[in-house]
Design a protein around this ligand. Sequence first.
Ligand code: 5RP
Length: 226
Amino acid sequence: MEEMKKLVAREALKFVEDDMVVGLGTGSTTAHFIRLLGKLVMEEELEVYGLPTSYQARLLALESGIPVVGLDEVDAIDIAVDGADEVDPAMNLIKGRGAALTMEKIIDYRAGQFIVLVDESKLVERLGQKMPVPIEVIPAAWRAIAEEIEVFNATAELRMGVHKDGPVVTDNGNFILDARFEHIEDPLDLEMELNNIPGVVENGIFADIADVVLVGTPEGVKRMER
Ligand code: 5RP
């Protein structure tokens, strides 16, 4: 599995050019990409700026020697490279296992080219098949939203910390609900509907924004493209 992640991370380096602003995703697959990008920047003396989607990505970028910038310091984002939890045949995604979905969407959505790195275990016929949809919510509203989500034939659970007592708190100071839907018919529609609930900050459906998906398989990297 780690080998497949490294393989796609290496392949993604081919999209990087001198003088680019590169959105840096969160997770174990993009962690490989960030480390490799750091090496490339040093070896080739490239002028590349990393725009992190989380504290994880920021720390790793700094450790890897990549100059880091904020969204309010750049005119445009050339590419964003990020992982995903599920990818359907139309390249719609579920993201947010790492609770970084809001900043990921803010950056991935605005990138000139959004490149997704996954191994083949993430490919599904229909979104929601294996993973819940993470929803970042304002803490005071978590219970009300968890109940309101039931109208979508879904059940939502407050995500609890593993090495922390109590709920997971995101980089933005919010909570995460993990919502399991019986059937996601129209990902784009559900993405919009969920964001219309007052108190929802963002949700982990990324419909219609991926440009390229690099899929790591034992036979090598397969490419899905728009
Ligand atoms: C974090 C994410 C990650 O990109 C997603 O969970 C994939 O992570 P990994 O590459 O570790 O499987 O959305 O919020």
